[in-house]
Write a protein that binds this ligand. Structure first.
Ligand code: HEC
Ligand code: HEC
Length: 358
């Protein structure tokens, strides 16, 4: 385990050193693959493809914003990319103009949307342009891409919505459209969101998770989960506060974020962490991923108000949403730690749905 960590950590550090804010240009998507399940509540919109395999995967390369000329379009695409990677200084707590401080923590969008949102199964933003407007269970309505971005602004970034017609929102949309260019409109590339994982048949174990955290994660994210801050000069140069972002505490995502749901978080960690891991060769076992993220999500983090208003159609509420009101006869603990399969089965039997993720 330690050996694997050192290998992954070394790979990641090499990557970071070679190219800070690097973008992997190549990712793979099986030809013609469509997220056909995206219309059903089970997988909509971010439940992740349930059929993800390492099978035939012809390469797909999102275009490179740096190859664009110095025109209004090129500049807008690059500004959008920078907003994803340099969020803290452009629209976050370190923005010079206080009126521009829309995000409320130390994360960048890229902290989770890896490689500026171009990494397959690293919560990519590439490939999603043609999928919106789309039904979103959290609000039980059709949401635009702008509204979906603002969902992450208010939760993952613990901040405020960006103005819909403003230059920042326009630039993010332009970037997402640009890196989505090779897609077929309306079909999600395989590689969207994060890959599904089989649900464990026991409850996730945060005590075991704490041990895994110490062995596999603390080297970068810190024994106290607060990440590793850059010094002022590096922070200004890289446009972000952290070399390794905080996983809990005041600078991390709030309790209403997708990452605060342990199934979503375990899928992300399994496919992407320790940093440098790819979904084809995960370093964590399935149960390690659930246990470690159960531990992480047990730690204190900012609170989002009015969470009881989420998922107004309760039959759409993901089984791992750890805040009330809950659907069915299960304890809050079972929603938080699992086992989730009995909840999925109950919801199927009583409501005809089985929401695993929003
Ligand atoms: C703490 C991690 C985290 C951060 C930081 C974050 N997001 Fe997200 N984002 C997620 C997760 C997890 C999802 C998947 C949906 C879910 O289950 O909520 C998501 C989904 C999305 C989607 C929809 C993707 C799809 O396939 O439908 C968009 C667009 C998005 N985020 C944009 C952003 C932007 C822009 C930022 C920065 C302002 C940002 N996010 C910051 C975790 C994060
Ligand atoms: C080699 C260093 C390294 C190790 C080890 C590592 N991570 Fe990360 N992790 C990162 C980096 C770097 C990012 C942000 C990516 C970026 O900014 O480009 C990240 C992002 C994350 C995020 C989303 C952002 C946030 O702050 O919430 C989660 C969750 C996460 N890691 C969990 C884990 C878990 C769980 C482990 C242990 C199994 C782990 N990481 C091990 C470097 C590491």
């Amino acid at each position: 385990m330690l050996l694997r960590l050192h290998h992954a950590a070394a790979t990641a550090l090499l990557l970071l050193a070679a190219n800070p804010g690097a973008s992997a240009r190549v990712w793979a998507a099986p030809a013609g693959a469509a997220d056909t399940a995206s219309a059903s509540p089970v997988a909509a919109p971010s439940g992740g493809p349930t059929t993800a395999t390492a099978d035939a995967a012809p390469p797909w390369s999102p275009p490179d914003p740096d190859s664009l000329p110095d025109t209004p379009f090129g500049r807008t695409v690059r500004y959008g990319r920078d907003l994803i990677t340099r969020t803290v200084t452009l629209i976050g707590p370190d923005a010079k103009d206080p009126a521009m401080r829309y995000t409320g923590n130390g994360l960048t969008c890229q902290s989770c949307h890896l490689q500026a949102g171009t990494q397959q199964f690293g919560l990519p933003l590439a490939g999603i342009w043609g999928l919106f407007p789309q039904y979103v269970g959290r609000e039980n309505e059709v949401r635009t891409l702008e509204e979906r971005i603002n969902g992450c602004m208010e939760r993952s970034m613990n901040g405020h919505a960006l103005p819909l017609g403003g230059p920042e929102m326009k630039a993010m949309l332009t970037y997402i459209r640009y890196v989505s260019a090779p897609e077929t409109v309306g079909q999600a590339l395989v590689g969207r969101v994060v890959p599904a994982l089989p649900l464990p048949d026991r409850a996730a174990d945060p005590i075991r998770g704490r041990k895994i955290y110490g062995e596999m994660c603390a080297a970068c994210h810190g024994a106290d989960g607060q990440g590793q801050r850059l010094d002022a000069a590096d922070a200004a140069q890289q446009g972000k506060r952290y070399q390794f972002p905080p996983l809990w505490g005041p600078e991390s995502y709030n309790d209403g974020a997708g990452m605060a749901r342990t199934i979503t978080a375990a899928r992300f960690a399994h496919a992407n962490m320790p940093f440098g891991t790819t979904w084809q060769s995960p370093a964590l076992s399935d149960s390690d991923a659930f246990d470690v993220m159960a531990f992480v999500n047990d730690q204190p983090r900012p609170h989002k108000g009015l969470l009881e208003n989420d998922f107004p159609d309760r039959s759409k509420k993901p089984v791992d949403a750890a805040y009330p009101p809950f659907v069915g006869p299960f304890t809050p603990e079972q929603h938080r730690y699992g086992p989730w399969q009995p909840i999925v089965d109950w919801m199927k039997a009583h409501q005809g749905t089985a929401p695993l993720s929003d």
